[in-house]
Ligand binder design. Structure first.
Ligand code: S3P
Length: 171
């Protein structure tokens, strides 16, 4: 594991982007959000990529983008919530950075995600049920990869950042 890189994993709504941006700021590291980088490169929103190329098309782009970003040095990377589904990506991430799982309950996640229409996997009428199902499929993957797990239900962004810094310093 490369300690200079910090990779944030966790479900949609876990706070990876807001925490990552602030963490990079206080640690003076570069910040990348894999979804935004994919959108920038393709020139269209994630929702459109899902519509045009399906989930498989998006996952292939995500794999390439995260592999590329993980090759950088001294960065904080907010990964997409489904990045951990790919075995080769799990390996790349674990090798190239300090892994932080931002964990939250399905209730908290649903509340934070709200009625966000930009996340294609949550298009159903019952996002809470969808969140529960997807989280159940992914929980072991998030945990298995994590060097540290931060429970974010009760924490503000600045508190999550403080927790990560504490564990990162001790590692
Ligand atoms: C996804 C999470 C999203 C985005 C895409 C798929 C997922 O990223 O990559 O909509 O499978 O959990 P965020 O976790 O940043 O919302």
């Amino acid at each position: 594991m490369l300690r200079d890189n910090i990779f944030l994993i966790g479900f949609m709504g876990a706070g990876k982007s807001s925490v990552g941006r602030r963490l990079a700021d206080v640690l003076d590291k570069g910040f990348y959000d894999s979804d935004r980088e994919i959108e920038r490169r393709v020139g269209t929103a994630i929702g459109w990529i899902f519509d045009l190329e399906g989930e498989a098309g998006f996952r292939a782009r995500e794999r390439d983008m995260i592999t590329e970003l993980a090759g950088k040095k001294d960065i904080v990377l907010a990964t997409g919530g489904g990045a951990v589904l790919d075995e080769s990506l799990r390996k790349v991430l674990a090798e190239r950075g300090f892994m932080v799982y931002l964990r939250a309950s399905p209730e908290t996640l649903s509340q934070r995600i709200g009625r966000d229409k930009t996340r294609p996997l949550l298009g159903s009428e019952q996002p809470m049920e969808t969140v529960r199902q997807l989280l159940a499929q992914r929980e072991a993957l998030y945990q298995g990869l994590a060097d540290v797990i931060v429970d974010t239900d009760e924490l503000a962004v600045k508190d999550v950042v403080r927790e990560i810094r504490k564990h990162h310093t001790l590692s």
